[in-house]
Design a binder for this molecule. Structure first.
Ligand code: SAM
Length: 279
C-alpha cells in the first residue's frame, strides 16, 4: 500500500497552487467510486487530466490497459513520477490539457477504448469539457468531478434556471448523468463549493440534424445571452446573428415559435429548427 495524499504532500514538500485549482482528493473511497463509475477494464486507454500527485492515478493504472496523465504543473512531476514508478502502463505528460491533441497522443492505441477521468481544476472546467467534446477524437466516456452547480447545468432540461448554453452544448455531444456528490472535507485543501461526479457518454450520432453547427451555437448563445429578454429581442440584438427584428420575426414564425417566449424554454429540437432557418 502506497502513501496517502497527505503523506505524499509532506514527503515531497509540495506547495499547492490555488490558482491551478489544486484541491487534492484525500478520500480513497471516493477515488474508488470515481474509477468504478468509469467502468475501467484492461481494454481501456484512460486520459487523466490533472493527476496532481497521483491520488487517483494509481487506481486508474491498476485497472486500465494504459493511462496517459496530463499535468500542467511542472513542480508536481517529480513526485508524480516517483510515486507511480511501478506502473509501466503509465505515461505522464507535463502540459496544459488545452494544448494537447487527444487524437495525436492516442494515435497508436490499437483498438483500446478511449475514456477520460478527471477531478477537474474548477477555474477551467467548461473550456476543458467543451474542448474534449468539440474536437475530433474517439473518446467514448468521460467521468468528471465538477462543481455541483456546473453538474446541475450540464444535465438541466428546458424551463428551469439551470438550463442554459452549457446544457444544450453538452447534451448535443453527450448524455450527461449526475452520479454522486462529494463534500469539501474529502479534499485537501477543502474547496469552498460542493462537488459532483458526472458521467458523459458521447453520442455516436448527433441528436438533431443541423445545416450549420456554428449557426446552431450562435443561436443558442444569443438566446441565453439576454435571458430576461423575449426570444425575438435576444436574437435581434445579437451581433453574431446580425438580423433585423423583422427578419427574426419571420424566422420565428416559420418554425412556429412564439416570439414572446424565452430562450430557456426551447428544446434542443426547437433550437435546431431555429438555427436551420437562420442558416
Ligand atoms: N487528480 C488529483 C486529485 O484528484 O487529487 C488533482 C486534482 S486537482 C482538482 C486539479 C489538477 O489539475 C491539479 O493538479 C492542477 O495542477 C491540474 N491542472 C490545472 N490546470 C490544468 C491544465 N490546464 N492542464 C492540465 N492540468 C491542469
Amino acid at each position: 500500500m502506497g502513501l496517502n495524499t497527505k503523506e505524499l504532500i509532506k514527503k515531497y514538500g509540495i506547495k499547492l497552487t490555488k490558482s491551478l485549482g489544486q484541491n487534492f482528493l484525500t478520500d480513497s473511497n471516493v477515488v474508488s467510486r470515481i474509477v468504478d463509475t468509469a467502468e475501467i477494464t484492461e481494454d481501456d486507454l484512460v486520459i487523466e487530466i490533472g493527476p496532481g500527485i497521483g491520488s487517483m492515478t494509481g487506481e486508474l493504472a491498476s485497472r486500465a490497459g494504459r493511462v496517459i496523465a496530463v499535468e500542467i504543473d511542472k513542480h508536481l512531476i517529480p513526485a508524480l513520477e516517483d510515486n507511480l514508478k511501478d506502473f509501466s502502463n503509465l505515461e505522464i505528460i507535463n502540459e496544459d490539457i488545452m494544448k494537447v491533441s487527444v487524437k495525436a497522443v492516442t494515435e497508436n492505441r490499437q483498438n483500446m477504448r478511449l475514456k477520460v477521468v478527471a477531478n477537474l481544476p474548477y477555474y477551467i472546467t467548461t473550456p476543458i469539457i467543451m474542448k474534449l467534446l468539440e474536437e475530433d477524437n474517439d473518446i467514448e466516456l468521460m467521468v468528471f468531478m465538477v462543481q455541483k452547480e456546473v453538474a446541475q447545468r450540464m444535465v438541466a432540461k428546458p424551463g428551469g434556471k439551470d438550463y442554459g448554453a452549457l446544457s444544450v452544448a453538452v447534451q448535443y455531444y453527450a448524455q450527461p448523468e449526475k452520479v454522486f456528490d462529494v463534500p469539501p472535507h474529502c479534499f485537501i485543501p477543502q474547496p469552498e463549493v460542493d462537488s459532483t461526479i458526472v458521467k458523459l457518454k458521447k453520442n455516436k450520432k448527433p441528436p438533431v440534424i443541423l445545416k450549420d453547427k456554428d449557426m446552431f451555437f450562435k443561436v443558442v448563445k444569443a438566446a441565453f445571452g439576454q435571458r430576461r429578454k423575449t426570444l425575438l429581442n435576444a436574437l435581434a440584438n445579437s451581433e453574431a446573428l446580425s438580423r433585423s427584428k423583422e427578419e427574426v420575426r419571420e424566422i420565428l414564425s416559420a418554425v412556429n415559435i412564439d416570439e414572446n417566449t424565452r430562450g430557456e424554454t426551447l428544446s434542443m429540437e426547437q433550437f435546431a429548427a431555429l438555427a436551420n432557418e437562420f442558416s
